[in-house]
Design a protein around this ligand. Sequence first.
Ligand code: WT7
Length: 635
Amino acid sequence: MSNYHIKNFPEYYHVYRNSVRNPALFWEEIAEEHFIWKKKWDKVLSWDFTKPEVKWFDGAKLNITENCIDRHLATRGNKTAILFEPNNPNEPSEHITYNQLYKRVNQFANVLKTQGIKKGDRVCIYVPMIPELAIAVLACARIGAIHSVVFAGFSSTALATRINDADCKMVITADGSFRGDKTIDLKGIVDDALEHCTSVKKVLVAKRINSNVTMKAGRDFWLQPLLDKASDDCEAAEMDAEDPLFILYTSGSTGMPKGMVHTTAGYMIYTAYTFKNAFQYKENDVYWCTADIGWITGHSYIVYGPLANGATTVMFEGVPSYPDFGRFWQIVEKHKITQFYTAPTAIRALAKHGTTFVDTYDLSSLKVLGSVGEPINEEAWHWYNDSIGKKKSPIVDTWWQTETGGIMITPIPFVTPTKPTYATLPFIGIQPALLDENGKEIEGNQVEGKLCIKYPWPSMARTIWGNHKRYKDTYFSAFENMYFTGDGALRDEVGYYRITGRVDDVIIVSGHNLGTAPIEDAINEHQAVAESAIVGFPHDIKGSALYGFITLKDVSDYRDHDNLRKEINQLISDKIGPIAKLDKIQFTAGLPKTRSGKIMRRILRKIASKDTANIGDTSTLLNPECVQEIMDNSL
Ligand code: WT7
């Protein structure tokens, strides 16, 4: 009998030991007992990190939607699968049962087919947090099309880049979206993007805000009339275990965003198993993850993980501040939420308002609180624990990445004693390691190093779409025979992990992983800009915010700086999205460089975080004189 559900610490310890002694045997038992297969596998695991190549359950045939929907119909047909809470609290919420979800996914899948989508085709989904988003994702999976969800807050340029990189044949979108008291013209953004995309043949448009949009004849179709005509019966495609399920883009430190490719069987098993345990989900619980399905958190822990467990998963369209800062807590009370999963940036933004917006609501249904996206600072941790959890709901600080597919280091609630700011212990089957500068593993406790993973786990990304070399270079080349996470971590005296942050040129702003290079590229397109460097600096609410050091082509031209600042931020907003805007922009005469011409971000980081006492030796720089000037004018 496999241990699908971990109930106490000795059991965790025992199961963990077994899972790392014989991973293939461990995951095979989980796969056998808790999922349905059209055909079983030939081999549980084969791997080689030097290629790198990882295959789980090779030879098996399955469809993930049969595991997430069909198999629940007999026992949970009338249970709510997706509970949709709209942006506007006066609009009714919608309960979609497993029976209804089955029908709606099948109808949507049939529409995809009649619109020419086949197994293996890429479909871009640019839809706000409305039920059609989850249904579109599942409809793709039903017929074996590869979904590429692009967060519906990204700009048309960012959207076009992603559509082109994956060669998408179709875009699914909506007329627009509601976000607090604003509406966003999504269809207009799609139209702009498609000026630069030749691969897209069809656009399906869901109606949400009833705006006037232009529909291009032969290309654009309203979704609902097509759904109305479609049969609600669609056979689930037979997929190989290692067939791609989806592509999801994450920013890199250089160049193009990386299209992380996740495959079917391993992803399904790992997201389901982690969901069950990291949130201790029980049959009648109402689970809510506040993330957007445009991020990996939403893929794994709004859609696939919860549905594979037959759970009720909440989808929230709105924002935490609308109509006021009590919105989250009002929803918790309204739907008697049992597990609540959010990001430190949201916690900090809400904590700023004390408990005024908390105290009016009954939060007694809460059992487990989750955090993800960046290190949670001590103050936010305590506010979450005291004011929201009333010291009785354990906080699961879950560390993972787009690349890992599922939660990697986390307490298991009621099992692992928590410790503020610590993600604590590796999840079942996960073998972390800390490495030093020389690539040597650091053993023992009370140590700090670069966080790597030693052994494959089922939900790891298998490649970067169209660029396996970049996959190898980014994750498997820094340290021999290890997956390198890009994060630093420390291990305390009992072996608990604390993630200290990124060690590369990625900055986490409000939980969004932003590569500095694409932002710099956008800035450098401004005609007045010669070059730029972006660094992060500590920010009360966002965790980190962006500080740009920018050199102008005409150094003597200090005219009208505020206008220039606005133009630069507008450019960033257009090219990447408003989340990447700079909080501070300092115009400098030069940027500190090494003799090989590489910008010394380490120095700029110190200046941005007002830590100039520790700036270190600058004498080896090509242009040490610029450092004083930058310090004198820092913001
Ligand atoms: C990076 C991955 C995984 C879903 C959301 C982000 C940081 C994530 C934690 C945590 C400290 C965290 C890491 C990681 N991060 N969770 N609990 N504690 N840092 O996914 O955009 O791929 O970003 O987010 O730096 O590498 P992502």
